[in-house]
Design a protein around this ligand. Sequence first.
Ligand code: DAK
Length: 262
Amino acid sequence: MSEATAPEFINVRTEGRVGVVTLNRPKQLNALNDQLMTELGVALKAFDADDNIGCMIVTGSEKAFAAGADIGAMATYTFADVYKGDYITRNWETIRSVRKPVIAAVSGFALGGGCELAMMCDFIIAADNARFGQPEIKLGIIPGAGGTQRLPRAVGKSKAMDLALTGRMMDATESERAGLVSRVVPLDKLMDEALGAALQICEFSLPSVMAAKECVNRAFEGGLADGVMFERRMFHALFATDDQKEGMDAFVNKRKAVFKHS
Ligand code: DAK
C-alpha cells in the first residue's frame, strides 16, 4: 500500500486527540497478512508524527482482535523463503518504533500473532470475552513475533510455558490475574474504557508521557541497573520542559495545569 492509498484491512479514525485503528478482515477473524501489517504500521507512524494526536488505540472486532498471522499465506513457505526474506520482520517491527502510547483494546480471540501484536502495544484493556493464546505449537511452529519473550516477562515462566507448549487459550479473568492485561471490562464498555484511558493520557504533558513509556520499556526489555539509570536521566531531562514548570506551579498554586506539550 502506498501512503496515499486508502487502507483495505484497517479503519482509521480520531476521537479528540486519540487515533483509533480498527483491524478489519472480519471473514478471516482479522488474520494478520502482510498488507494489513503494513497498513497498520503506516497508520500508527502517521499518528505518531501528528501533533494533534497524543495516544493511539488498536482494536479489532467483537469476535476477534486477531486470530494470528495468516496461516494460508504461510502454509507453503520453505525455510529458505522465510530466512532469506527475513519473514515479514519489516512491518511487524514498526509498532515497536512508535513513541506515543498505544493501547490494545482486545475483544474475542487474540491468538498467535494477534496475542503478540497486543503485547507489542503498551498496555492491554480486555473485554470479558477476550481469549489469549500462543497456539503455534499446533501448527508445527513456535511464536515468531516475540511471543516466547514478551509472554514470560508478562505472566512468568510457568504460565508462558503452559501456553506455548499446550497451545491452550487463557480467558480474560486468567489474563488479568496473570498480569497480561491491565483491566477487564464488559464487552459493551470496551471502547469507552479504552478511550477514557487514552483521553486521560492525552491531557498530560506529551514529553513526560513519552519519557514514561520509554522508561517502562527499559524495565521490560533490559536489566535493572541500566533501567534505573535510564529513568534517572529521563527524570532529570524533564526539568528542561515548560510542562514541568507548569505542572509544579499549578500544584503549588492549587490550580489545574495547562500543558503545552513542550
Ligand atoms: N489465518 C488465516 N485464516 C484464519 C486464521 C488465521 N490465523 N484464523 C481463522 N481464520 C479463518 C478460518 O480459516 C475461517 O475461514 P473460512 O473457513 O470461513 O474461509 C474463518 O477465519 C473463521 O474461522 P473458524 O471457522 O475457524 O472460526 P471458529 O470460531 O470456529 O474458530 C479460532 C476460531 C480462532 C479458534 C480458529 O479459527 C483458529 O484456531 N484459528 C487459528 C488460530 C491460530 O492458530 N493462530 C496462530 C497462527 S500462527 C512473525 C510474525 C507473526 C507470526 C509468526 C512470525 N514474524 C514477524 C517473523 C505469527 C504466527 C501465527 O500467528
